[in-house]
Write a new protein. Structure first.
Length: 115
């Protein structure tokens, strides 16, 4: 059974930084696309960033380009999202995702950016 466990969320002021972690377990993730999504109150879940587990190729949504960095440590089976220069519009529940034909999701971690 695939398990994804997020951590690192919290409350931060505008311009601050947070680093989210996603510990993954349950299988070998070679070939998987791993990513971060977020969902703000009253809005649909949206893509934030992704990384190929094996090759490390990354993609970012336009609103976070230049501010967020996705990475993974294969030895630790952990994915990260470094978030810098945070804005109030980044406030959301952030979800870790693993995809290979099927989507697996973590439970989410709250990020709140105060103005």
């Amino acid at each position: 059974q695939v398990q994804l466990v997020e951590s690192g969320g919290g409350l931060v002021q505008t311009g601050g930084s947070l680093r989210l972690s996603c510990a993954v377990s349950g299988r070998t993730f070679s070939g998987y696309a791993m990513g971060w999504f977020r969902q703000a109150p009253g809005k649909e879940r949206e893509f934030v960033a992704s990384i190929s587990w094996t090759g490390g190729i990354t993609y970012y949504a336009d609103p976070v380009k230049g501010r967020f960095t996705i990475s993974r440590d294969i030895a630790k089976n952990t994915m990260y999202l470094q978030m810098n220069n945070l804005k109030p519009e980044d406030t959301a529940v952030y979800y870790c995702n693993a995809r290979l034909g099927v989507d697996w999701w973590g439970q989410g971690t709250q990020v709140t950016v105060s103005s």
